[in-house]
Design a protein around this ligand. Sequence first.
Ligand code: GKR
Ligand code: MG
Length: 417
Amino acid sequence: MKIVEMRVTSIAIADPPLLNVAGLHAPYALRTVIELVSEDGITGAAETHGGERLRSAFEEVKADVIGRSAWEIARLTGEIAQRFSEAARSASMVSSALEVAALDLVGKALGVPVAELLGGRVRDEVPFSAYLFYKLGGGGGEGADEREDRYGEALDPAGVVAQAKAFIADYGFQSIKLKGGVFPPDQEVAAIKALAEALGPGTPLRIDPNGGWTAETSIRVGRELRGVLEYLEDPASTMADMAATRAALLSDGNEMPLATNMVVTDWAHIPEAVATDAVQVILADHHYWGGLRAITHLGKLAQTFGLGLSMHSNSHLGLSLLAMTHVAAATPHLTFAADTHYPWQDAEDEILEGGRVPIRNGKIAVPTGPGLGASIDQDALARGRERYDRCPYRERDDRTPMRARVDPAWEFKLARW
Ligand code: GKR
Ligand code: MG
């Protein structure tokens, strides 16, 4: 299982104009695809965040990876952590992707699915949540105006409800998340109430303004949406404001959990989150928590402290989705439907042989084939790389398109409301 080649490919994928607290999604999202090739010609692959900073971090570790065995994951990732001791997040992202690619390689060599390598599946299907966004009209990528815009514009409660219905019709989602932090909170509360009314009580609903609200606003929204939300995700951007929100809600007997992928993004954040009761659900993400084994460990830790576990996402293709599916299948405590941006990506940008990963009834069947259960279509990967070469930017930047399309004077601000 000796690794003889490591390929790092930067790609760009069309991304529609989705709004969030940081601005507007640019026409392309950037991703990086890592391939590890063994001496007997087996390839393991992983997908992660994009851009040049991360790409050069991968290039930097190439010499350390080549010649090693795909079984040496723990030692290798330990070395990477030391090498990037000043940049823990890069170390974690690099290690995570190498771990996923190594597990895919080992699984393919042994004829075993990654979920089995992680201890075995506890579920055969993994539920995902619809991820609704306020959206401008139009698609992503080149010639966006002429491209199909399946979900259209959504800038008010009626638009959000129409988007939810279209997502449910296409994918059968049973949980719904709205990305907030875009409009004044009352408008977003109205959108959630409209969703509750349109989809019926009992539909799990979430809203995530990415820390766009003060503690005071978070408390007000938490009171207004009592009994309506499954969880309230990152209403405020600091641990202290999350804790203050929780304490105020609890004082009214409102037990609505607060979830996060912002104030707990690393093991080191967990003690304070537990001590202050700032967070009740952690949104895990294998791309930066340290890989798939890290998520299974996080599941056990969350369970120990009485925290729930859900899963975070960013714009991504099927390779990331498959990794999420395998680890969710092998993590008993991951009981919430996971986030995914996948429906927002174009089928023609998919890099997997055989095309898109199907989502039916809001769920993905855990692959039974070796490794992650799919291989890369090299022609599709090459097209992604060509798009990256043509793409004028090299890091995610939501502010520039926001200024260009919505408001030339727009400034990022936390907390805005
Ligand atoms: O894609 O705009 C977006 C999201 O806001 C993303 O950047 C977040 O990281 O989905 C994420 C979240 O749950 O916070
Ligand atoms: Mg979030």
